[in-house]
Write a protein that binds this ligand. Structure first.
Ligand SMILES: [Zn+2]
Length: 194
């Protein structure tokens, strides 16, 4: 089963900074939605009053000279103390980057897809996510006489089986594609284009 990307990101951050408290991680999580990537090694983090911020925006950037992330909050009156530590703006950026990488890994994870037309009067199911629509342009009496459906299945297993009312009516080897491609195929399936 695929790991939840946010959970992987939090665990990666925790593993990289084992001496950091739970509240440090929690504050990074609370800030995750406030992070915007300006470019590869420059970020802005919106300030949050409830987290003790008094500026609307903080900049976080990678300093190759110091070999660490720096934040504009290190350059304030109380910044020196913060600077010796890692502020949670920087923590949020590090979490953001790990989350983004985890998401990209998920997008690249291969899944299997198969498309078929099946005739079915019962419930259509499959060993994966199943998308169903009538196989005809117009649903009329002919359709009700023999209801045929176009079925798209996205599965973690190569062998895909489509069932109608609990009985296998279609079986095939799925095509291996990245998850991102499967999502694209699902969108197209809903649009009704081939
Ligand atoms: Zn900061």
């Amino acid at each position: 089963m695929q790991r939840d990307p946010l959970r992987s990101a939090v665990e990666a951050l925790r593993a990289d900074f084992p001496d950091k408290s739970r509240s440090w991680i929690k504050r990074a999580l609370l800030r995750l939605g406030d992070v915007k990537e300006v470019r590869e090694e420059l970020y802005v983090v919106e300030g949050r009053r409830e987290l003790g911020d008094w500026r609307p925006l903080y900049q976080v950037w990678w300093s190759s000279a110091e070999g660490r992330w720096l934040c504009t909050c290190y350059y304030t009156q109380f910044g020196l103390r913060r600077r010796r530590d890692i502020c949670t703006h920087v923590a949020a950026v590090m979490l953001f980057r790990r989350y983004k990488r985890a998401l990209e890994r998920v997008e690249k994870t291969p899944v299997y897809v198969a498309e078929a037309v099946v005739e079915c009067r019962g419930r259509i199911s499959a060993n994966g996510e199943v998308y169903v629509k009538p196989a005809v342009e117009k649903v009329d009496l002919t359709f009700f006489a023999s209801p045929r459906f176009r079925v798209l299945v996205v599965s973690r297993s190569r062998r895909i089986a489509v069932k109608c009312g609990g009985y296998v009516v279609y079986e095939a080897e799925g095509e291996e594609v990245p998850l991102a491609v499967a999502k694209f195929l699902i969108a197209k399936f809903h649009e009704g284009k081939d």
